[in-house]
Design a protein around this ligand. Structure first.
Ligand code: ADE
Length: 276
């Protein structure tokens, strides 16, 4: 997979040389190219922003440097008419974008080439997105309901979530399977606690079931713990879950956690139900 990142802070992307993404680069699984937006400014101050039309606080990133930067990044490898699944997609991190989810990470991981346009200030002149949207898919993505000083941290987040899904990047392909939010058996449940040696640490033991060797009971325990954690931290996921995907033991666990089933089968819980 190829990643192009255009930014005014190339050094902010240094973490892409480290750990999982760094190793994937070294192995040639990821081709990461970071471009300094200011290379495409021609005034003494290397200006990339200007005051907003219509007034208001802050500054807006200018069209021309972005247009030239994106054109240059695309020139090496872009074929006319490559707007389809084999061509590049533009990813614009912004708090006003669609939420970044595991599902979107999977979708992005299936594309061969992502071009990131992280903004600073109040954002990029809208015409830039409108222009590139005529040539390729554009994903405007928010990594959460908070406002960062710029999109670079979001690029790091998105890149790591996407890179670990690429074939051969994680040592053990099974590692994805039980991820919180992974599509499949544990869909929409948060992962429960995990343990490793030693068996006793500061007087704290591990749950007996994990050394029972009984795979069925271990799987059931993990699922119960996933319900416990989801109920505590993300009750919205329990409310949204498909009751048809749950077995009798699942429903028993939810009942212990204070959940009731309405006439439509959906789960609900009194606001003051006691957390177990
Ligand atoms: N830029 C600033 N805040 C952001 C957010 N929450 N997600 C993505 N990009 C951003």
């Amino acid at each position: 997979m190829r990643l192009d990142i255009v930014t005014i802070f190339p050094e902010y992307l240094e973490p892409l040389n480290v750990s999982l993404v760094g190793k994937a680069r070294a192995r040639g699984q990821l081709d990461v190219r970071v471009h300094d937006l200011r290379r495409w400014t021609y005034d003494r101050h290397h200006t990339v922003d200007d005051t907003p039309y219509g007034g208001g606080p802050g500054m807006v990133m200018k069209t021309e440097p972005w247009g030239e930067a994106l054109d240059t990044a695309l020139a090496d490898g872009y074929e006319a008419g490559a707007g389809g699944p084999g061509g590049p997609a533009l990813v614009v991190p912004t708090p006003s974008g669609r939420p970044f989810t595991q599902e979107l990470a999977v979708e992005l991981s299936q594309r061969p080439w992502l071009l990131f346009a992280p903004a600073r200030y109040e954002g990029i002149d809208r015409r830039v997105v409108d222009e590139y949207a005529t040539r390729m898919p554009v994903y405007e993505v928010s990594i959460g309901d908070y406002v960062l000083a710029g999109g670079e941290a979001a690029v790091l987040v998105i890149t790591e979530a996407v890179a670990r899904l690429l074939p051969g990047v994680l040592g053990n392909a099974e590692s994805h399977r039980d991820d919180s939010f992974a599509p499949g058996a544990m869909a929409d449940l948060l992962e429960g606690p995990v343990y490793t040696k030693p068996p006793v640490w500061r007087g704290r033991e591990i749950p007996d079931v994990l050394v029972s060797g009984h795979h069925g009971r271990i799987a059931r325990w993990r699922r119960d713990e996933a319900f416990r954690r989801t109920s505590a931290h993300r009750p919205d996921l329990i409310e949204r879950c498909d009751p048809a995907a749950l077995d009798k033991k699942d429903r028993e666990m939810l009942s212990i956690l204070g959940w009731r089933q309405g006439p439509d089968g959906r789960f609900w819980r009194d606001a003051d139900a006691v957390e177990q």
